[in-house]
Design a protein. Structure first.
Length: 202
């Protein structure tokens, strides 16, 4: 049995990132997003893939079910040699978001740590279109929340009404960030799962 696609599980936002390039920034962006949107509508980590499943198809299913793909771009994103590998998870995720048959998926490059958009000649042929996507910059403090407000406005305009903002705790300071915690994926359909090869996202 295949795992549920993002559409079946109600996901709307897919966050694609490379751990050794933008892990800390991605965690902070995620923490801010779950204060605004339903946590269950955001897909951040593919923690396990069922045995025997083609991971390319699995990742494609997750991206295809989403309405927005946030590609977090740090200073080493384009220069990482893994991007030239057709089996690289990050490459597969962005390729699926750029699928011309799925123009309803909004692919947003999110620039962190003073990164710039990679030029087309640094990208594999399947990703060259990505170089021309208009990006948004998310800077560190004191500009972080201002930049995130802009990103959240874009997402709010794109996502349907049922992906409502998460209700805040009345006693909680709205400006206080919640600690990032990695959510474990439960086994699907009773099928044994294996951990992903972390090098595919490094």
């Amino acid at each position: 049995m295949f795992s549920q696609s993002s559409a079946e599980s109600g996901k709307s936002i897919f966050i694609s990132y490379r751990r050794d390039d933008s892990s800390a920034n991605t965690g902070r962006i995620y923490d801010r997003l779950i204060q605004q949107f339903d946590r269950e509508s955001i897909f951040k980590d593919v923690d396990a893939i069922p045995i025997g499943v083609d991971f390319r198809k699995h990742l494609g299913q997750q991206v295809a079910g989403c309405k927005v793909l946030l590609a977090i771009i740090g200073p080493r994103w384009a220069g990482n040699e893994r991007l030239q590998d057709e089996g690289d998870f990050v490459r597969i995720e962005v390729e699926c978001g750029l699928n011309p048959e799925r123009e309803d998926i909004l692919v947003i490059p999110v620039l962190v740590s003073n990164a710039s958009m990679p030029p087309a000649d640094q990208l594999p042929s399947s990703l060259k279109e990505f170089a021309f996507r208009n990006a948004i910059q998310v800077r560190p403090d004191p500009d972080f929340h201002q930049d995130m407000d802009k990103l959240i406005k874009i997402l709010t305009d794109k996502l349907p009404f049922h992906d409502h903002p998460a209700e805040a705790d009345p006693g909680e300071d709205p400006g206080k960030e919640k600690p990032f915690t990695k959510k474990m994926t439960q086994p699907l359909g009773g099928m044994q799962q294996i951990q992903l090869d972390e090098s595919k996202r490094m």
